[in-house]
Design a protein around this ligand. Structure first.
Ligand SMILES: [Zn+2]
Ligand SMILES: [Zn+2]
Length: 345
């Protein structure tokens, strides 16, 4: 469960920091910062500068994440004051959550895009009604009250894991950006997270890709209350755009740096095409709510896990919105609940 109070004690952190640390090219360090979800860890990258380091995506604020950072810093002979700049690929809590803590410790500026920051404020700012909006959305799409309450409770646990929140410096796609002595192209990469950036280094053919393209994991694409549009369309469009870059090595937000970036994009595109076909076929058999579809697709894998259920439900909705916009399915209202059915064509 994604609950900090149930975080497992990890004695090996103090014993052997090298378990969480991989030396990469040109003095880069990959730090595997633990997260209490099935993702296991988020990648932070320490990139050497003329003085100190740029830190990309510090992780989620949990006791274990802080222990890993303390152990890694000690092993490398570093202090927080060696962190000169914090860069966020996107605003999801597993990447953003520790940014305020790292800023307090280091005094470094935290860079993120304006759109990404707006999302963070909307979710975790004072007077946020995001959880209520999500409840309303899920109710309309057939989710029972017990599940909605479990999700609201789970969302609550994230507030501590993103606190304190950082003061932010904005940077945007298309702006010039230097990191590790190299110039990087900042690429708008929406779909997984509005305002996410990918970073491309032309001479090295490196892509720092946040969660947009991950090895072994299908990046989550979700309907987010308060954001209009079609996130799956945006995601697929972004994959097309990223596929035009020649990439020899990709640095993802989860798992390990990998070659075969373009092949991985093709696999992700095929995954979504298959999923869309399967869902359209299921709706040709009988109309279903988004919740009914989510259960049919993910059922046993959810196992009462509110965190997983939220991802699965919002991902199911993203596919349904995409199919409806392409006029492959249609929705209708029955007593306040939305049902989807296939369009015969
Ligand atoms: Zn993410
Ligand atoms: Zn992530």
């Amino acid at each position: 469960m994604a609950d900090q109070r149930k975080e497992i004690h990890m004695p090996e952190i103090e014993a052997d920091a090298s378990l969480y640390l991989t030396a990469l090219q040109e003095g880069w360090l990959q730090v595997k910062v633990p997260v209490p979800f099935s993702l296991k860890w988020v990648n932070s990258y320490l990139i050497p500068e003329v003085e100190g380091y740029t830190l990309v995506d510090p992780g989620l604020r949990t006791d274990n994440a802080i222990k890993v950072w303390d152990a890694v810093m000690k092993r490398q002979g570093l202090q927080w004051s060696n962190i000169r700049r914090i860069v966020l690929t996107h605003q999801h809590p597993d990447h953003y959550g520790l940014a305020g803590y790292a800023q307090e410790k280091s005094g470094a500026e935290v860079y993120m895009t304006r759109k990404a920051h707006a999302y963070a404020v909307r979710l975790w700012g004072d007077g946020s009604d995001f959880s209520w909006q999500l409840q309303a959305l899920y109710e309309k799409h057939g989710m029972p009250i017990e599940e909605r309450e479990a999700i609201a409770e789970n969302l609550e646990t994230f507030v501590d894991m993103v606190s304190p929140q950082p003061a932010v410096t904005y940077f945007e796609a298309g702006e010039p950006f230097r990191m590790g002595g190299l110039s990087w192209l900042l690429i708008d990469a929406p779909g997984h997270a509005t305002g996410q950036l990918c970073f491309y280094q032309r001479e090295r053919k490196w892509m720092l890709c946040g969660d947009q393209v991950l090895p072994h994991i299908t990046p989550n694409v979700s309907i987010v209350p308060g954001e209009d549009g079609d996130p799956l369309e945006q995601f697929l469009h972004s994959l097309d755009a990223l596929n035009k870059f020649e990439v020899t090595l990709a640095f993802p937000g989860h798992r390990d740096p990998f070659a075969g970036f373009n092949e991985r994009i093709t696999e992700l595109q095929q995954h979504h095409a298959r999923r869309l076909d399967k869902m359209a076929a299921m709706l040709a058999e009988e109309p279903r709510t988004a919740y009914g579809m989510c259960e049919a697709l993910f059922g046993s894998r959810l196992n009462g896990n509110a965190h997983q259920l939220r991802f699965a439900m919002s991902e199911t909705l993203a596919h349904l919105v995409y199919l409806e916009r392409k006029a492959r399915i249609a929705s209708s209202d029955h007593a306040g609940i939305c049902y989807f059915s296939a369009v015969k064509g």
